[in-house]
Unconditional design. Structure first.
Length: 487
């Protein structure tokens, strides 16, 4: 049975879906001006507070800018297009760093605010929390902050920060086609890009066909190479609609239904399916492919005749966090392992990610990163580790880690937070956070702008809950309380 995970946005064609819901009153009225202005203010404050997030240059931050201008977006989440004018769009862009007060949040007051909310039955029998001022690194509130707990998908924060640290935000994952010295065998070599598309295969097939024509070859055998990754391809919970077999070669994350996020039927052999799709594109390009594709390593001294590079790592990180994408998360963990000289399997990824986090001098005591996605219940992290990672990502001296902030879903607007904060409307636009959900496990970790205009990092981990439908609003209320408003 599939573990429950975060539901993706159900309204990809309506980027202002969250705002539309908020603008409808209890009596069915449409107090547009009042609530739209409030929601827009939330985005304004969030934008300014994440001045640390850097320029509006790519990924989710670009998507938010274009969302505010009611134009097309190109970020980690698909926001679609809206013709509705964005309320107060121009003020969304200016930074508000000068608005933040010098005085930090009062820890005593914070304890008085959070303690009752952490004790609600909806969160289960074990709850741990950490709240940190990103500017100073000071922990403002802690409850079991160093207690290792199952994080569910909030572990993706650790995975993405480690990948950014080890590889850099501009790194791209290459898929290649290599032609044997005798020009009789063409091998599709997987580099570990789960976002490889059929359009990319079509382009590669066209390039390969040109190379074959230059060799006066009218037929070729096709092989595919998955040796970039080692170890078992099945995640411990597999087969499962939340993740495909983890292989170095796949198309569209092994999805068979045309979706790009959320649970879906998955291919049992994504690499073979990718090779067959490539063979079909080669035939369309005029190449005769003899026999069925077979798995084999590329020949020694094979010549690369076609290459497709993935989106930059920054965009992959943002997509991972925004949509809680398990397949990309596992790929990033293995890419980190490869970069650090470890085996590209679950065990090697665990070592590589853990060691990279140690280099960042964050508290890894008690942490066990069994996988990159958070689907494995053996994962253990502490709230203090998650907030420390968010602080590192906000550090002006570490701009390469910024996508770990910019990819976080925006409360009430994007990704796995698109359908939340209806009850805790005061946090809409002010909170960016990674969600986590397994049976009996619920978590939320991210950033929030407090009433003083300071950016706080928070992590709330809960276990023993009986209902995600009750636990999630309780977590949202905690984050909203940090914003200075109760839902």
């Amino acid at each position: 049975m599939a573990e429950p995970v975060e539901e993706p946005s159900k309204r990809p064609s309506d980027p202002w879906g969250g705002l539309k819901r908020l603008t409808k009153g209890r009596d069915g009225s449409q107090p547009w001006r009042l609530v739209a202005g409030s929601a827009a203010l939330g985005l304004v404050v969030a934008t300014g507070a994440v001045l640390a997030a850097g320029p509006w240059d790519n990924g989710q931050r670009k998507a938010e800018r274009e969302l505010a201008a009611a134009a097309d977006s190109t970020g980690g989440a698909h926001h679609g297009r809206s013709t509705r004018p964005a309320p107060s769009a121009p003020p969304v862009l200016p930074a508000l760093s000068t608005a933040a007060e010098d005085s930090p949040q009062d820890p005593a007051g914070l304890k008085g605010t959070l303690a009752p909310l952490l004790g609600v039955p909806a969160l289960g029998d074990k709850v741990a929390a950490s709240v940190v001022d990103t500017a100073t690194g000071e922990q403002l509130y802690g409850r079991g902050a160093t207690t290792p707990m199952t994080p569910a998908s909030t572990v993706k924060i650790a995975t993405t920060v480690a990948a950014l640290s080890a590889l850099g935000p501009d790194h791209r994952i290459a898929t290649t086609a290599a032609l044997s010295p005798d020009a009789r065998t063409l091998t599709l070599v997987g580099g570990g890009d789960p976002t490889l598309s059929r359009a990319a295969l079509r382009s590669m097939a066209a390039d390969a066909a040109k190379a074959l024509r230059g060799k006066d070859e009218d037929s070729v055998r096709l092989a595919y190479d998955t040796s970039r990754y080692t170890g078992p391809v099945l995640h411990p919970i597999s087969p499962n609609e939340n993740i495909a077999p983890v292989t170095a070669l796949m198309v569209d994350e092994g999805r068979t239904d045309g979706t790009d996020r959320g649970p879906a039927e998955r291919s049992e052999d994504p690499a073979d399916d990718a090779a067959r799709a490539f063979a079909a594109e080669l035939r369309k390009a005029g190449v005769k492919v003899t026999g069925a594709p077979r798995e084999a390593r590329a020949a020694d001294k094979a010549r690369t005749v076609a290459t497709h590079d993935s989106a930059p790592l920054s965009a992959l990180v943002e997509r991972t966090l925004t949509n809680s994408d398990n397949d990309i998360a596992e790929a990033l963990a293995r890419q980190t392992a490869i970069a650090k000289g470890e085996s590209a399997d679950f065990a090697g990824a665990r070592r590589a990610v853990t060691n990279e986090l140690k280099k960042l001098q964050v508290p890894v005591t008690g942490a066990r990163l069994a996988d990159g996605s958070g689907l494995d219940r053996k994962d253990k992290v502490t709230p203090a580790l998650l907030t420390a990672l968010l602080v590192r990502a906000a550090d002006p001296e570490r701009p390469g880690l910024r996508p770990a902030l910019t990819g976080l879903p925006v409360a009430g607007f994007t990704g796995t937070l698109d359908g939340r904060y209806e009850e805790a409307a005061g946090g809409t636009g002010l909170i960016r956070a990674k969600t986590g959900t397994l049976s009996g496990v619920n978590s939320l970790a991210g950033t929030v702008v407090d009433p003083r205009g300071r950016l706080l990092a928070f992590a709330f981990l809960a276990s023993g809950s009986s209902s995600a439908a009750e636990a999630e609003p309780a977590l949202d209320a905690l984050a909203t309380a940090l914003a200075g408003q109760r839902g």
